[in-house]
Write a protein that binds this ligand. Structure first.
Ligand SMILES: N[C@@H](CCC(=O)N[C@@H](CS)C(=O)NCC(=O)O)C(=O)O
Length: 206
């Protein structure tokens, strides 16, 4: 199986962490979602990474669909609870972390990809406010727990961990560690897992 992704994409990282936690081997083809001259754009009409390419060439996207599929491939470290309602809660946290990232990436892209005169401060502020409100919600929900839901490591922790670390990496002006010391403790613990250490976006070796 080949995963089309990158080292710095937080959505690719989410899926790479799933592979490592589930102990499933995969090949990583590094591509940039923002570059239209790539294999990615022939297999995913949305032109986004990550995209999993099955041995028969069929694509699976987006990251939440890939994560669910990877989880079904092995019994090791179940990433989704069995009960439907618990699963829905965990997937809601995953959607929240992914949505926080979508907003944060849109805000950053507006700053780095557009000429200064064309940038909309109102647009950036709208996106950053989604990030901030989501951080508050995540902090309130996690409290002092080790894990986000049911005191068990799930896809919610992977998604939230990838989102928090991406903010540190790309938008350090969002000072979530000082504003939410409980999230600092939560992520410091999470980041010691080999799957997080091996996928640190600051390291170039996949
Ligand atoms: N909802 C998607 C989001 C993926 C995404 O936004 N990926 C970014 C890189 S981090 C990308 O490829 N962007 C290129 C584009 O939007 O054109 C997922 O969960 O996989």
């Amino acid at each position: 199986m080949q995963l089309v992704g990158s080292i710095t994409s937080p959505f690719s990282r989410k899926v790479r962490i799933c592979f490592i936690e589930k102990e499933i081997p995969y090949d990583l083809l590094i591509e940039d979602g923002w570059d239209v001259h790539t294999k990615l754009h022939q297999i995913n009409p949305l032109g986004k990474i990550p995209c999993l390419v099955l041995p028969n060439g069929h694509p699976i996207f987006d990251s939440s669909v890939i994560a669910d599929y990877i989880d079904s491939m092995s019994e090791i470290t179940p990433l989704f609870p069995k009960l439907n309602l618990d699963k829905a809660h965990v997937k809601t946290f995953e959607a929240l972390a992914d949505g926080l990232l979508d907003a944060a990436i849109l805000a950053r892209r507006e700053r780095i990809s557009r000429p200064l005169a064309e940038q909309s401060e109102a647009w950036i502020e709208r996106q950053i406010s989604k990030v901030k409100i989501s951080l508050q919600y995540i902090s309130n929900s996690i409290g002092t727990s080790e894990f986000c839901y049911l005191n068990q490591f799930t896809i919610a922790d992977i998604a939230i961990g990838c989102a928090l670390d991406w903010l540190d990496f790309r938008l350090p002006e969002i000072t979530w560690r000082t504003e939410y010391p409980n999230l600092d403790v939560y992520f410091s613990r999470l980041s010691l897992r080999p799957s997080f250490l091996l996928t640190d976006p600051r390291k170039t070796n996949p």
